[in-house]
Design a protein around this ligand. Structure first.
Ligand SMILES: O=C(O)c1cc(=O)[nH]c(=O)n1[C@@H]1O[C@H](COP(=O)(O)O)[C@@H](O)[C@H]1O
Length: 241
């Protein structure tokens, strides 16, 4: 069997489950998965305790709050997130340049105040659940990949550390924005897996070949009869892509 443990740095479990279930699942897949993503449902219910619980298991925590508000409010929230010692924090690129700069400043200051390394601030471009029709309906001009690249340029110009995008956009982001931005791709579906609400999904191998640094996977692992072997086969795809 391939030693896939090196893929740990490239995989995040989206722990969109009740806390106890999420912790149990993370422990099962931890040999293959280095990050636990604490998203809106866990944070609304448990707040910072959810972050601390995954950190206690040795996970690097990806705090996915998708902040999107006026700059002052986002700076305050990002500072609190930085103070929790998380590794990654999301904001919406569509919040605009001033908001993105405020997020980066807040996250760095909050982390420094507590002696933590600053989290990477990742800007979400166009949600992977959105189809071309959805993108037009909300008023973004151009196809999803065009809108995503425009938002990505804006966010990188504002100083964010990375971007969240569909695997379909990662290659163009790399080509246009160079090697520095940390590219995170949700919307990961192994061949044959149910898409659910994801419109712009691709396989793990596709995402890695396109230049993704981190793949976020939720339901394909949650719903697997054997989550560790599901995680291992995703890791194998990552490792061999
Ligand atoms: O920011 C994210 O992580 C995110 C952005 C995006 O465009 N699409 C997206 O699916 N996500 C998150 O990635 C995870 C995907 O989960 P699954 O579809 O279950 O694999 C969820 O936790 C989403 O909140």
């Amino acid at each position: 069997m391939t030693d896939t443990s090196q893929a740990r740095d490239k995989l995040a479990l989206a722990a969109d489950l009740p806390l106890e279930d999420g912790l149990r699942l993370y422990q099962q897949v931890a040999p293959q998965v280095g990050y636990a993503k604490v998203g809106l449902s866990l944070f609304v219910e448990h707040g910072p305790a959810a972050v601390a619980a995954f950190q206690k298991l040795g996970a690097r925590v990806f705090l996915d709050l998708k902040l999107h508000d006026i700059p002052n409010t986002v700076e305050l929230a990002a500072a609190r997130a930085g103070a929790l010692g998380v590794s990654l924090l999301t904001v919406h690129a569509a919040g605009g340049e001033a908001m993105l700069k405020a997020a980066v400043k807040g996250a760095r200051e909050g982390a420094r105040a507590k002696g933590h390394e600053a989290p990477r601030v990742l800007a979400v471009t166009v949600l992977t659940s959105m189809s071309a029709e959805d993108v037009t309906a909300v008023g973004f001009s151009g196809a999803p990949d065009v809108a995503a690249l425009r938002l990505a340029r804006l966010a990188v110009g504002a100083g964010v550390d990375g971007l969240v995008c569909s695997p379909r956009e990662a290659e163009a982001f790399r080509r246009e924005l160079g090697p520095t931005p940390f590219l995170c791709t949700p919307g990961i579906r192994p061949a044959g897996a149910a898409k659910g609400d994801q419109s712009r999904a691709e396989t793990p191998a596709f995402a890695v070949r396109a230049g993704a640094d981190l793949l976020v996977v939720g339901r394909p692992i949650h719903t697997a009869a054997d989550p560790l072997s599901a995680a291992r086969s995703i890791a194998e795809e990552v490792f061999t892509a």
